[in-house]
Ligand binder design. Structure first.
Ligand SMILES: [Zn+2]
Length: 66
């Protein structure tokens, strides 16, 4: 048994979430740079933005017709 195991301390790869600054330890989160909950939030925001854009263009078209 080596000294490292005796101390009960081990090193795992980790990084900070680019959005909330939270500690990320999962392989996928480290790859993405964001935590899974932040990724979900960003996806929701992107979808909401896309929907807003569609509503806007629909609105513009209606105005042109009048
Ligand atoms: Zn986050």
């Amino acid at each position: 048994m080596n000294k490292q195991q005796d101390s009960g301390v081990f090193t795992i790869p980790a990084r900070r979430c680019k959005r909330c600054g939270g500690l990320l330890t999962s392989e996928q989160a480290i790859k993405d740079g964001y935590g899974s909950c932040c990724l979900r939030k960003m996806r929701q925001e992107a979808r909401a933005k896309e929907e807003a854009k569609n509503q806007c263009s629909l609105f513009d078209r209606e105005e042109e017709q009048e």
